[in-house]
Design a protein around this ligand. Structure first.
Ligand code: GTP
Ligand code: MG
Length: 428
């Protein structure tokens, strides 16, 4: 199955916790702090693989977590880093932040990688907190939580040439004739249900050609297979428009040709501007031969380059491919996806909301600090209280109308509010 849009959740590894231990050695009566640092958590990385051509795997695996860092050990032993988690994606995958809708990366090059969620840093062991006044800290830092994110991945195939046309025009037959691709071919409409890619070699040049399911009038409204697959020709530089000159099922090939061009324009105006070559197909059939001259003249009058071909016998195909290569040489590159500069969010911003009588404090800096504090250790709690004051948590709580005895929550930390003792001192 060909899947070109998925939503996934990624979570980088948390940093390992720092350790709080003291040296115990023979003949050393009172050893100093010796707790090692935790290891950093693994990142979540997206990587372009030539062996993956759809987002199918991700459709069935939605949650992706990198390993956590190991906790620090005694004797200053540092915890091992968590392994990165690498998710393979096909070339042409565009990554969006599903919460903001903004593009984060356009993965077009083979082996290209992007770190999409960063692992948390390891917590520092108690050895790192020793100072001249506090020589035996009993606490260590917890690991920093890894980043987590909801992503939307969208695949837009990367091909130089896009084959479009009514169902049954012979698009897949042509791709099979000129490349090693083996798409399904049959004499009924909508044989092709998902896009196929093939590498075409002409003289010494090569280009990639995409065969997409047939289009019909109303495709932009979802008729037939709809415009589901038009996104896969958005990034092509030349459109090869196939017309069944034999007029399958009594259709008027010229009317079909214009109908499809209108569908392209309705889907995306820039697709109407894309350089186009018209392939008048099935020229081995007498019905086609009888009408070819009229069609060619009509299309040429409208300024189109027309090539009578037979995708079955190969007649006229080489000339058309040469013209395609010539057009590719001058065709502009499709517009790249513009990745906005990440906005550096203000990590110090605080938000206080009242949830069922509880004052909930949110903010990157303060939440990170709470997450990295060992809430079971009094010394650590004491330091945390100072930090909260520095971050302006008490001021923010007062502004929100907190009263003595109210419950305050910051992540896992819950405490009863007592007016800030330091502030009271100042007021005395
Ligand atoms: N005689 C003749 N038949 C052709 C030619 N090209 C394609 N056909 C036939 O036309 C039918 C449709 O061909 P496909 O290649 O499946 O057409 P398609 O455009 O890919 O069709 P969809 O995938 O349904 O959009 C098949 O029976 C082919 O054998 C040709 O040049 N001459
Ligand atoms: Mg087909």
């Amino acid at each position: 199955m060909f899947i070109d849009q998925v939503k996934i959740y990624v979570k980088a590894g948390d940093g390992g916790n720092g350790m709080a231990t003291f040296r115990r050695e023979k003949f050393v009566p009172q050893g100093g702090p010796s707790g090692g640092d935790g290891g950093r958590g693994g990142n979540v990385v997206l990587k372009v693989s030539p062996h993956v051509n759809t987002l199918l795997d991700l459709r069935y695996r939605k949650h992706h977590r990198a390993d956590n860092g190991e906790n620090g050990g005694s004797s200053n032993k540092q915890g091992r880093m968590g392994r990165d988690l690498t998710i393979l994606v096909p070339p042409g995958t565009i990554v969006y932040d599903d919460d903001t809708g903004l593009p984060l990366a356009d993965l077009t090059e083979l082996e290209q990688t992007v770190t999409i969620a960063k692992g948390g840093r390891g917590g520092r062991g108690n050895a790192r907190f020793a100072t001249s006044t506090q020589q035996a800290p009993t606490f260590a830092e917890q690991g920093e939580p890894g980043e987590e994110r909801y992503l939307r991945l969208e695949l837009k195939l990367l091909a130089d040439v896009g084959l479009v046309g009514f169902p049954n025009a012979g698009k897949s037959t042509l791709l099979a004739h000129v490349s090693a691709a083996r798409p399904k071919i049959a004499d009924y409409p909508f044989t092709t249900l998902t896009p196929n890619l093939g590498v075409v070699k002409v003289d010494e040049q090569t280009f990639v050609m995409a065969d997409i399911p047939g289009l019909i009038e109303g495709a932009h409204l979802g008729q037939g297979l709809g415009h589901e697959f038009l996104r896969h020709i958005e990034r092509t530089r030349v459109i090869l428009h196939m017309v069944d000159a034999a007029g399958w099922d009594g259709r008027d090939p010229l009317a079909d040709f214009h109908a499809i061009n209108q569908e392209l324009a309705k889907y995306a105006p820039e697709l109407a501007e894309r350089p186009q070559i018209v392939a008048l197909n099935k020229m081995d059939l007498p019905e086609a031969q009888a009408r070819a001259a009229t069609f060619t003249q009509a299309l040429q009058e409208q300024g189109h380059q027309v090539f009578p071909i037979s995708a079955v016998t190969g007649q006229g195909v080489q000339q058309m491919l040469r013209a395609t290569v010539a057009l590719l040489a001058t065709a502009p590159l499709p517009q790249a996806v513009i990745i906005p500069e990440p906005v550096e969010e203000d990590k110090t911003t605080l938000q206080v909301t009242i949830d069922d009588g509880v004052f909930v404090v949110q903010g990157h800096q303060v939440e990170r600090r709470v997450a990295m504090t060992n809430l079971d250790n009094e010394e650590a709690l004491f330091r945390l209280q100072h930090a909260l004051r520095r971050y302006g948590v008490f001021a923010a709580l007062q502004a929100a109308g907190v009263q003595a005895g109210d419950t305050v929550r910051i992540r896992d930390l819950e405490f009863d509010y007592v007016p800030d003792p330091w502030e009271q001192e100042e007021q005395v």
